[in-house]
Design a protein around this ligand. Sequence first.
Ligand SMILES: [Ca+2]
Ligand SMILES: [Ca+2]
Ligand SMILES: [Ca+2]
Length: 386
Amino acid sequence: MGAPDGRILLVPAESGGLWLLQPEAGGGALRWFGPARPLQASPAATGPAATDPGRAVGACGDHAVLLTEEGDQLVSLIVAPPEGAGAAPRSAELGRAPALGPLSGASVACLPAADPTGEAALLVGLPGARAGAGAVYRWTIGQTPAPILLGPTAGQLLGGTTIAGHDLNGDGLDDLAVSAWGAMNNAGAVWLIDGPLPPIPADVPDRRYFSRIDGDVAGFALAYAGDTDGDGYGELLVGAHGADHRGWSAGAAYLVDPRGRGPLDRAQATFLGDAANDRAGWSVAGGADVNNDGRADLIIGAPGVDSGAAEAGAVFLRLGGERGVFVLSPASALRAGPSQQAQLGEAVALLPADGGLAFGRARRAPPGTAETPALTRLQPALTPRR
Ligand SMILES: [Ca+2]
Ligand SMILES: [Ca+2]
Ligand SMILES: [Ca+2]
């Protein structure tokens, strides 16, 4: 999962806990929210992560993998959840390599074979590398990172989001989905790479989903959605907060079958931001069944929604199985931001252990308010559909 500098990230861990990477004055913080209800925040990570939280975070089981830089070196850290209440997460260096390119907007995914105590392998997406063409590296710890995908065009920003560890085409092998949200004048695209992963840089894949409209930034957010329609295959949710269907940057999110390809306007479900600057699709999440009907559900963040107050933001829950085009009207939001500029929905996550929802916002809650700063957790209490 990647983020331009200044954006917060939520990364669910296997046990139902959650990692939060939040920019703060002078650096940032990586916090663990344990799976207890309500989510209990730990102090910020100590060690190297406390002074420079890195610019990308991914989950590896219950551990977080963090990328940071030190001089001209790329450093990966593995961070373990804290032991006991009030303790901080514990970080240790996983490996280092000569810098591969700017870390801004980078993403990192843990390959399923990776083992924190053994020979770990990471996928590192660096959209700023190679004059912004971008690249994805496979980094087997202890070895030199090797490129497996190279963006062909400057400004394409390949690697800003990376999805690994899921069989997307149904052949039993794990595949790869990688965004290039700068492609074609920021229209944006998602590359689909069939497993096994290529040993050398692959050509531009045949299978891509893409926007046809400049500035949509499709793939800025990207999530594995799970099987939303019950056909046995998982879908992908592609966020495009720059889409202008209902006003400038009203935004959109597209649910697509990763066995297919083509323009995103042929998505099986399209969710449109309602009004200019809603920025729907800034964040997306999926892969958990919130209402227990056997179909995975979706959440979409729209941090620019003016719901009661300017830029309060909103989070939308869409139950699996929808086909067609839908408008994310503020009245249909699961939760609206509490105050002006709260920008709720800047980060969203679905917790795989129990279908709980978590969503973050860029600004801290005003003093005296009950909400946990930057993060809200909601336990689903929804009736299954018949
Ligand atoms: Ca596959
Ligand atoms: Ca499906
Ligand atoms: Ca469901």
